[in-house]
Design a protein around this ligand. Structure first.
Ligand SMILES: *Cc1c(COP(=O)(O)O)cnc(C)c1O
Length: 439
């Protein structure tokens, strides 16, 4: 911290610009990320980001909300249309906060929730207190896990039913059943379990943080039609909006969720992001079907090309994936942590991943057995099946052949030259990673 204030200030901008340049010349394969359109970025930069609009449109507790109300009403209507839902609360600032709204509305501290464990694809916001999981730590829920079938890479319906009966006999019947997760290759058996879970009085939520864009495009599963009460999500993973959250459901759930969201969980609801969500929902309504279809095609193509070049790809028995994700067991070549670092040096951005069997073998999240790849962002940039072949080959050259990272990074940069604009949007004058200077 020997720098002058102006030097520190300048350094921030220099890091920001370098980050943009790096991502422009990289292959971004983080499954929870995406690249928003220039239109979404424009809304995020607007004055909405400097305002408060507590409460509900038309019932605000501050003046100055005329145009914010117009946009928020539109945002809710677009979300309802996109997911065929009666009700949408667009104020959640993130997927985690959306889940907290469900915990607050439908359970009390000390109650039990059934969800997926992390090695079975669950998210830390569904987790236990001893792991600092949101549900346990923040809302005091006791967490039990769905039974998971590692061969089928999804929940085991019969064993889950037996588990619930067993919990009931111990007086620990869950109040909430939480479907969805972060490693999500195949749809969850909502249809097969909803009636049984409802029969035991549970509130069923589906956390679509990862797959919201695929659901909106009609290409994954349709949880609200399969028996889910409410759905929570992030707005920036396969749903290519700004960072944020969304809760939807039928009208009967409107009041408890609205109360949980405000005053319970938000004061400012990041109104610039709310405006940008409206833009992204309109884009998803117009282009989301084609986008979801190509994203899944690309994930399947990437998985089978990776298998062709010798990688062990999970979910082989079922065709590897039905989502935007591919999970690879990399234990033949190192561990997920080291391989993530090697790939980063070659400008291929992935994340390490716990896979079934890791914990039993004593591997933990810093050095797990797998890596997870997502096709959301590369699809948004216009890549198709033929590019997946090239990406699989580049991955092999780094991970298997241990080629020089600098050499591969140069090839990645070259490969990226034709993919510098966001597709599946109304306007793309600005480059996807173009840095906008206002100062
Ligand atoms: C990413 C993720 C979240 C968290 O969403 P944020 O928007 O980052 O708060 C919640 N649930 C699941 C299943 C996720 O994958």
């Amino acid at each position: 911290m020997a720098d002058s204030n102006k030097e520190s200030y300048d350094k921030v901008f220099s890091s920001l610009e370098k980050h943009h340049e790096w991502f422009e010349n990289s292959i971004p394969l983080i499954a929870s990320e995406n690249i928003p359109s220039p239109a979404v970025r424009e809304a995020v930069m607007s004055d909405f980001g400097n305002r408060y609009a507590e409460g509900w449109p038309g019932e605000r507790v501050y003046a100055g909300c005329t145009y914010i109300d117009e946009v928020e009403i539109q945002c809710m209507e677009l979300a309802q249309k996109l997911f065929k839902a009666e009700f949408a609360d667009v104020r959640s600032v993130s997927g985690v906060v959306a889940n907290l709204a469900i915990y607050s509305a439908y359970s009390n501290p000390g109650d039990v929730m059934i969800a997926s464990s992390i090695p079975a694809g669950g998210h830390i916001s569904h987790g236990k207190k001893e792991h600092s999981g949101t549900a346990g730590l923040v809302h005091g829920l006791d967490i039990e896990f769905f039974a998971f079938d590692p061969e089928e890479m999804t929940l085991d319906v019969d064993k889950t039913k037996a588990k619930v009966e067993d919990l009931k006999s111990q007086g620990k019947l869950p109040k909430i059943a939480m479907f969805g997760g972060s490693v999500f290759l195949f749809p969850h058996p909502v249809k097969e379990l909803a009636e049984f879970l409802k029969g035991h009085g549970m509130h069923i939520n589906y956390d679509a943080a990862h797959v919201a864009g695929l659901i909106a495009g009609g290409k994954f599963q349709d949880p609200l039609r399969e028996g889910t009460d409410t759905m929570t999500m992030s707005t920036h993973k396969t749903l290519f909006g700004p960072q944020g959250g969304l809760v939807i459901g039928s009208e009967e759930h409107a009041e408890p969720i609205k109360k949980a969201m405000f005053p319970g969980l938000t004061s400012s609801h990041h109104i610039h992001h709310m405006g940008a969500k409206a833009v992204a929902f309109a884009e998803a309504l117009e282009f989301g079907k084609d986008y979801a279809e190509q994203t899944i095609k690309n994930a399947k193509a990437l998985a089978s090309e990776l298998n062709n070049v010798g990688f062990k790809v999970l979910g082989e028995k079922r065709g590897y994936t039905e989502s935007h994700q591919t999970v690879v067991n990399v234990l033949d070549y190192g561990d997920g942590g080291t391989i993530e670092a090697d790939l980063e040096k070659a400008n291929i951005i992935v994340n390490r991943q716990l896979i079934p069997g890791d914990l039993k073998a004593g591997r933990h999240y810093m050095h797990p057995g797998g890596i997870r790849l997502g096709t959301s962002e590369i699809t948004r940039l216009g890549m198709k099946e033929s590019e997946m072949k090239e990406i699989a080959s580049l991955l092999k050259q780094v991970v298997v052949d241990k080629k020089d990272a600098g050499e591969i990074a140069a090839r990645v940069k070259e490969f990226k030259t034709d993919f510098k604009k966001t597709q599946y949007c109304f306007d793309n004058k600005l480059g996807a990673y173009e840095y906008v200077k206002l100062r």
